[in-house]
Design a protein around this ligand. Structure first.
Ligand code: 8YV
Length: 327
């Protein structure tokens, strides 16, 4: 009988998937919901010497970890983002890296629209008044938010997810969609050609009522939302981030939100994650924070897990991964 490839899984996975994996791999997994701590992880992979790692969450795959995995050939992450993986280092070592683009696009786009509306219409504050018994007679303009209809939108990173957000926003009758990013897109109809404009980042910030971050995190996008960026934004603008926390300098965001430089923010991603309950952003009424649930609907998460498993299975059957990162 041939030996099965050794697979390390860094966090708990539903039983059903472990059974599937156990048929093809000799699995060792950290059996807990809490992420494994870095010292324990290094010890564990060194002892186990996996041929592959399946990543749940955003465990860092860096040089230090790879040095401990002398036999590793493949890494598969259950995510579209891969900023937690040193892909250049993997390439040097001929390690294939699989990820899960596409299957989560709609889910993240849906959540982005939900977060945008919840922030614009102040859902969190309104819900608190119901819970606290403060729902009562009030000024006709109290609890009012900002309208999305007829607004100007700025999308930072018009990739798969950014475009899916834009498509949804069209049905809100938005006036204009400015976008910035690596390159200008072509549109196959006149309506979209008129609606979308590729512009400089600072121009986008200065014109938009809602600024939505859907770009990936890399050296170029890290902290691009800093104090200089916030200075460009309109005082009544709203910032939405469903990408990665590190794209925003959170101290600068706190200053911008508390001084009225910008109106509000809705974040599905933060630094760190989980965000400590004592974080100063949580003291602000105009900052709505979700616990990174962009892709968290049951159908989508199941598809993501399946793609990540198929990436590994294919690799060890000498077939192309379903989605492999090419650098
Ligand atoms: C997931 C994500 O929450 O795909 C990504 O890049 O950030 C999210 O979809 C996360 O990776 C789940 O493990």
């Amino acid at each position: 009988m041939s030996k099965l490839p050794r697979l390390f899984i860094n966090q708990h996975l539903p039983e059903h998937y472990l059974n599937i994996l156990n048929e093809k791999f000799d699995c060792d997994y950290h059996d807990g919901i809490q992420p494994i701590q870095s010292d324990e992880l290094l010890k564990r992979v060194e002892q186990y010497n996996p041929d592959a790692i399946l990543l749940v969450g955003s465990l860092k795959i860096d040089k230090q970890l790879l040095d401990k995995c002398k036999s590793i050939k493949a890494v598969s992450t259950i995510s579209v983002g891969y900023d937690h993986i040193d892909v250049e280092e993997c390439k040097k070592r001929n390690i294939a890296v699989g990820y899960t683009p596409g299957v989560l696009t709609d889910s993240v786009a849906d959540l982005t629209i939900g977060l945008l509306l919840a922030t614009a219409r102040r859902f969190e504050e309104a819900m608190q008044t119901v819970r606290n018994g403060k729902w009562g007679p009030r000024d006709i303009l109290a609890s009012c938010g900002k309208s999305v209809t007829n607004s100007t939108i700025g999308i930072v990173g018009l990739g798969r997810i950014g475009m899916a957000v834009a498509q949804r926003l069209k049905s809100f009758g938005v006036k204009k969609i400015f976008y910035s990013g690596t390159h200008e897109k072509t549109f196959d109809n006149e309506t979209d050609q008129k609606l979308f404009s590729y512009v400089e980042f600072f121009y986008l910030l200065s014109q938009s009522d809602f600024v939505i971050i859907t770009c990936s995190l890399n050296e170029k996008t890290k902290n691009i939302f800093n104090s200089d960026a916030f200075k460009q934004m309109k005082p009544d603008s709203i910032l939405i981030n469903t990408s990665r926390g590190s794209i925003i300098d959170q101290d600068a965001l706190y200053d911008a939100l508390s001084s009225g430089q910008i109106h509000a923010a809705g974040l599905d991603v933060t630094v760190p994650e989980p965000l400590p309950p004592t974080d100063k952003l949580l003291t602000l009424k105009n900052c709505l924070i979700l616990p990174h649930i962009g892709s968290a609907d049951v159908t989508t998460r199941n598809k993501m897990i399946q793609v990540a498993i198929d990436n590994l299975r294919n690799y060890f059957e000498n077939k192309p991964m379903v989605s492999q990162i090419n650098v």
